[in-house]
Write a protein that binds this ligand. Sequence first.
Ligand SMILES: NCc1[nH]cc(CCC(=O)O)c1CC(=O)O
Length: 328
Amino acid sequence: MSTVIRVGTRGSALAMAQTKAIAARIGSAAKAEIEIVPVTTHGDTSRESLATIGGTGVFASALRESLLAGECDIIVHSLKDLPTAGYPGLRLAATPKRADARDTLCSRDGHTLDTLPEGARVGTGSPRRIAQLRKRRPDLEILDIRGNIDSRLARVSDELDADDPQRLDAILLAAAGLGRLGKLDHVSEYLDLSGWPTAPGQGALAIEVREDGVGEPLDRAVRAALESVNHGTTAATTLAERLVLAGLEAGCSAPVAAMAEVDSELLFLTATVYSLDGEQSLTSSHAATPEGHGAEHLADAARDVASRVVEELLGNGAADLAVLKGKP
Ligand SMILES: NCc1[nH]cc(CCC(=O)O)c1CC(=O)O
């Protein structure tokens, strides 16, 4: 009799695509069968703006409840949608290698951010992207949009009539999501991370399990499989980025960007906090050298750089600059 690992995921096309890809790797590493369990979350069904529903955890909590209730054995999240606070009874068990962390501009007529006509209508629901857009192009008309990637892309498609109220000139989307859906042909511009840093954890996935395991013989197989899909550098860099959010007591919809990378044995972290109107921003960058090899040393370096970045941002007034918690 073969074992079955039930993998919980949101039901959106993006979540299904990314979960199927990682689940296949877990299944072969664990020599187990995989069953995908789609879970509908409030974040999927709500048409309210991301700022209104608060962001923090709207996508994650239904999945977590389903895992706690034993309806699945592991759950797969987009790391950037996962609140930084842990969840009682659950454990972050693996962070696979991060995909492209950049944002992209998908525009009608192939325009870039610099060539978009004055007053062009650009859609995004993310307070960080709104602040960055306002900072870079204060003349643009920004529309708060929700919905899955296909419905967003439809708003810049050529099929819309010129006078259709749904029609937008451009939208901002994460490269990682478009890549997972095979839709990178819609990209007009990849926004460089140095000038356009993105959300903590963007491009990475996270796998959570119950702390008390799922019972033998599955536990051993799942543990080994999760270790094999975990990527040490991604785990450390996204830890540093998420510790910035946690240290600022900010939610995942706050106007905060953070990017960490490991290069020549150094762990770099840079984070930016924006005012919602894009008129002000604060940036802090620090680096640390891990004291040895291995995951724990990298994690220590991540905690070290994150605490220095947070201290500097708060010392410079970050808490006054941004609505860090989003609206309740
Ligand atoms: N909040 C929506 C969301 N959550 C994860 C992704 C895909 C990118 C990723 O995995 O970081 C997206 C879409 C987007 O931001 O364009």
